[in-house]
Structure formats: structure tokens, C-alpha cells
Design a protein around this ligand. Sequence first.
Ligand code: FE2
Length: 433
Amino acid sequence: MTRTSATGSTSLPSLPHWETVPDDLPTAIRTMKLALQARIAASGRTVEEVFAAIEARVGAEVADIAAAKARGETVWPVIDYADIAAGTVSAEQLAYLRRRGCLVVRGHFDRDAAVAWDRDIVDYVESNRFFENYQGPGDDFFGSVGSKPEIYPIYWSRAQMQARQSDRMATVQAFLNHQWRYESDGVQWFDPDRDSLYPDRIRRRPEGANSNGLGTHLDPGTLDLWMTQAYQQAFRHLFDGTVEQYDPWDASHRTAGPQYPGSTMCSAFRTFQGWTALSDMDHDQGVLHTVPIPEAMGYLMLRPLLSDVPDDDMCGVTVNRVFPASQQWHSSLLEGLTGIPDVKAGDSVWWHCDMIHSVAAVRDQKGWGNVMYIPAAPWCPRNEAYASSVREAFITGSSPSDFPDENYERSWPNRFHFDDLNAVGRRSLGVDD
Ligand SMILES: [Fe+2]
């Protein structure tokens, strides 16, 4: 543990920080909470006052979402790809995108192209006898051999790479990256016009499927969000009495700091998580939901400091487990949970990297539920560092280092090859500057 005074105003008490996972977590959590509480108190406000300010801000949005639903309106912003490409997205649409922190891009790809990609993926895995060789979930020791997965640990198909390096993807990623504030204090925190290729998996959930979905959670980190110096600076306004200035779109100090390792970690800084639909999906067929309020992160960060939470508990957040949003601690936020509207193959879906999300359960699913996970991950020191291991995984056909070490594609001859990279692909892997 080290103490620092680099977290904003020098007149406030400094915060301890741990740049690697503390050995004694309960003690570190207790120490951290006392220090954060003392820092807020020294600003002249109480923790309760600061929390009430963010609670009111978020509560107004929860009420607005409920009212929109009652009027039968679609809560998720929807923007046509054609308007993004032409630069004709209205100021009103932009404001709503930033207010809700999520987006459906209609017609991001032609429907026929997306359906053809879906077929290509089936050909790719079948031609390489993937289902016969599938060993079960890579992170589940007792995984059942031979069962057909819904999440395919496949990264290097032509379909995925063609989508990742397409001009249409780059256009939408740049549009989304530009919603953030990426320059401050003379630092450019990331390059909004250049993405780093973040290889992720695909999901193909068949007709008739039953799925329990995924509970409400978020993916930006775990205890490192409170305990590392870079995140303490990123979330400085929450802890120095200036909570009203907290801006979920400010990238300051978010793109270079360390992260605590864990089975669910993402090495990249993503402005938005996202996926591209490879089948049509109706809104009631086990789809993605978010709490479409980017400021809710302030609530999640401050909630553990209130007196009703045990001293060594961060509302259930701990290392090596996904960050939960729970009825116990966050019930008023969860009232805002809102699903995507119906989407067609070729539409894409995006949500701010700090936002609570879940996947609804489904019984006897109508139609397929197929997606390629492709986020927006702009070029920055963190993503440049990860790009070198991504390049290596790409060249050898291996699983990327953020994912289980399954490596199904190493011997597959028809995976996407280095010579198939275009200019966007080469830059996104750091092959070219
Ligand atoms: Fe997630």
C-alpha cells in the first residue's frame, strides 16, 4: 500500500492505493473505505449528502425511463447507419445517445451480408469438426464433452475479421468514441479515429433454446476501480466533494492504469461494449438489457461507503468475480432496466462500458439469437499493450489472452490469414502505424 496526494485537491487527505491485488482483502477494503469517507468529509460534505446528490440525478433518469415506457416509447436510442456515415445525426439524437449511454445502429451492415456471415461461421466450424472436438466451457473444469455450445470460443473466422476490419465498423466505432471527452490537461487519452482490434467470441443460440440469461452486472473492473491510483483519479469527483462534476464520458486516467487480473477481465479500454446481430431477434426473446443511465456508475461507486454496508464489503464487489448489481444494494437502479427493441441481422447494439447490463431468460426461443461481439476500443496505451498479444494470437490462431486457453483454431486451414488484412485491420493490430 502506498499513499498518494495526486488525486486532485492537495488540501484533502490522500488515499491509499494498491496497484496489484492486496494480500489481505478485508483489511484493504476497510482501510480504503475509511480513507474515502475521510476524504469526502474533509471536503465539507457528508458521504450521505454526496450520495444523495448522485441518487437524485440517477433517480430522475429512472423516472424518465419509466414515463417513456408508460407512453409506449422505445427507450433505447436508435440511429440509422446511413446518418452516422453521412454525418447527419441530429443534435437531439446525439444528446439522447449520451443521456442513455446505449444505441442500436440500424442497418449497420446489409441484412444479407450479416446472414451470409452467420452461414460462413457455421461452415467454418463444421468444416473443422468443431462440434465433435468441443471440450466444454474452457473455464469449467467439469464441462460436458461433446455438447453444443451457445458461446463459440472462436475468434479468427473470416466473418468476424471481415466485420472487424470493415470501413462500416470503423465508422461506427469512431462515431461512438467521439461521444467521450478524450483530451484534458494537455493529454490525449485515446485516439477516437483509430480502434484496436479486440477479438471476442460469437454466440449462436438456436431456435427452441431455453436459457437462464445473465444477471445484472458490469464489466469495467472490480476492486481496482476504487483501489488503484489511476481509477481514483478517473473517479476523483465522486470522492472530493465535487460530485456534480462527475462526467461518465470523461476518459481521463482510464486508458493506461493497471487492472487487477481475473477470469472475467478485459485488458482493453472499451468506450462501448457491443455486438453485431447475425440473426433477427425480437425484444422478448432473451435479449440484452441495460440500465441506460451512464451516471449510475457514480451511484455504484459511492453506495459501499454508506453506513448500512459492512466495513469489509463493497456491495458484493470482489476480485475474480464479475461486478454485480444487486437487489440488495442497487434496487432503485434496477428499476431502470430496459431491453433492446427488436433487431434485424446486420443491426448492431452498443452500451457504455460502465453500464449495468443483463441478458433476459428465455423459454422455447423463437428464431435464432446469433451475435458477434465487437466493441469500440480506441487506440490508447492500454490497448496498444494488449495489441501485441492479440497480434501473436491472430498469427498462430490461438485464443486471445483475455480468454480461456482453448486454441481450437490453430490447425484450422481456412481461418482468416495475415495477408487478408486490409489497411484498417493492419492499423487496428498495430502492424502499421
Ligand atoms: Fe457483461
